[in-house]
Design a protein around this ligand. Structure first.
Ligand code: FE
Length: 346
C-alpha cells in the first residue's frame, strides 16, 4: 500500500515536472508547402519546443487574430505576402521584436520599419519572384518579357492567370501601379482582361499546366511553383517543363516583382521569448537553406549560399528585382481592388 502511494506520488511529481518543462508555441501559418514539415521538426528537435500549427490563408489568419483579440493563443504569425505582413502591422496585430540576431541577419529591405525603440514589427525570411511563363511553340519570348505586355493587344486570347484578388496578384498589381501610375495601370488591367484565354481559376501551377496543354499561351506564376515542376521526377511534370519557357520580366526597366514570406510575433503571444527564438531559427543557415532547397525560394539572410539547380537554371544565376518599398505595395491594395472591380477582373 505504502509503495503504491509512493509510486502515485512519484508519478504525479514526474507528470508535473513534464508539464512544467513542456514548452509549446502556437503558430498561425499561411505557408502551404509540404516540404516545410522538416523545417518545423528540426526546430522541435533542437529546442524541445513543440509547435502547434493552425494553417489558413493570409486573410483568414489576420481575420482570426482580430476576432480572437486578447484571448488569441497565437504566438507566431507566418504570412506569404509582403502587403499582408504590412496589413497585420498597421492593424496592430503584431508585437514589436527586439533581436540583434535578426537585425544582423536580415537586410533592412526585407523587414518592417523599426519603431523609435529600435523594435521591428516583422521579418522576411524568403523571397519569390512573380514570373511570366509562356508556350515555347506559340509565343515569342520578346513578346512577354515585360509585365506591360500582358495587357498588350498583341497577346489577345493568350493569358491565363489566377484570381486578380489573390494576394500574389494584388501585390504585383500594386507594384505595377506604383511604377506606371494609376490611370495607365487601370488600362493595363483592362488589357489583361481582354487578353484572357479563360476566366481566372485555379492556382499558379494550374496556369503553368494550362500553358503546357496549349489552352493558354502565357501564364503568371510564382517562381517556386515552376521550380517544383522542374525538380519533379514525374514524367507528366517533365513534359510540362519541356514545353514552357520562363521570363523574369522588366529586366531592362524596373525589375521583376518580388514578394516576401515572413514572420511576426503575435500581439498577445503568451511566449514571446520562445516566439523570437523560433523566428531567429528561421534566419539560421539551416532554415534558410531549407527555404532555398526545400521550397525553391531565395533565402534573405546575409551570407547564405544558394545551391539549387532549378533556381540556377531559371535565372541563369541572377536577375534584377524591383526595389520599391513594400509599404507602398501594401497601401495600393485597396486602390487595386477597386480597379479590378471596374475592369471586371475576377
Ligand atoms: Fe504559394
Amino acid at each position: 500500500m505504502k509503495t503504491r502511494i509512493a509510486l502515485a506520488c512519484l508519478l504525479s511529481i514526474v507528470s508535473a515536472t513534464t508539464l512544467a518543462q513542456e514548452q509549446v508555441l502556437n503558430i498561425y501559418s499561411a505557408r502551404h508547402y509540404p516540404t516545410d514539415e522538416a523545417l518545423y521538426a528540426n526546430f522541435t528537435k533542437a529546442t524541445g519546443i513543440k509547435l502547434n500549427r493552425v494553417d489558413a490563408d493570409d486573410a483568414g489568419i489576420l481575420a482570426r487574430l482580430k476576432a480572437e483579440g486578447a484571448a488569441s493563443p497565437a504566438d507566431i504569425i507566418l504570412l506569404v505576402d509582403a502587403s499582408r505582413l504590412w496589413r497585420g502591422e498597421t492593424d496592430g496585430l503584431f508585437q514589436p521584436i527586439k533581436s540583434k540576431l535578426l537585425d544582423d541577419a536580415i537586410p533592412a529591405q526585407y523587414r518592417g520599419k523599426a519603431n523609435a525603440n529600435g523594435e521591428t514589427p516583422w521579418y522576411g525570411f524568403s523571397t519569390r519572384a512573380r514570373v511570366i511563363v509562356y508556350d515555347k511553340l506559340k509565343v515569342k519570348k520578346e513578346d512577354v518579357d515585360t509585365y506591360e505586355e500582358l495587357g498588350d493587344p498583341k497577346n489577345t486570347g493568350k493569358l491565363c492567370i489566377r484570381s486578380g484578388s489573390h494576394p500574389y496578384n494584388l501585390s504585383l498589381f500594386g507594384s505595377v501601379t506604383e511604377h506606371m501610375g494609376e490611370a495607365a495601370a487601370e488600362q493595363w488591367l483592362k488589357g489583361m482582361v481582354a487578353n484572357m484565354a479563360r476566366a481566372p481559376k485555379g492556382g499558379d501551377t494550374d496556369q503553368i499546366k494550362a500553358v503546357a496543354s496549349g489552352e493558354c499561351g502565357i501564364a503568371v506564376s510564382n517562381s517556386y511553383y515552376l521550380a517544383r515542376l522542374m525538380r519533379s521526377t514525374k514524367p507528366e511534370d517533365q513534359t510540362v517543363i519541356e514545353r514552357v519557357g520562363v521570363v523574369f520580366p522588366n529586366q531592362s526597366t524596373w525589375g521583376t516583382h518580388v514578394n516576401i514570406a515572413g514572420g511576426a510575433v503575435a500581439k498577445n503571444a503568451k511566449n514571446p521569448a520562445n516566439a523570437i527564438k523560433f523566428l531567429e531559427y528561421l534566419a539560421s543557415a539551416s532554415a534558410q537553406d531549407h527555404f532555398a532547397n526545400g521550397n525553391n525560394e531565395w533565402p534573405v539572410a546575409k551570407g547564405v549560399k544558394i545551391n539549387n539547380p532549378a533556381l540556377q537554371a531559371m535565372t541563369g544565376g541572377s536577375f534584377k528585382s524591383e526595389t520599391i518599398p513594400i509599404s507602398v505595395v501594401g497601401m495600393n491594395q485597396v486602390k487595386v481592388q477597386q480597379m479590378l472591380d471596374r475592369v471586371g477582373f475576377k
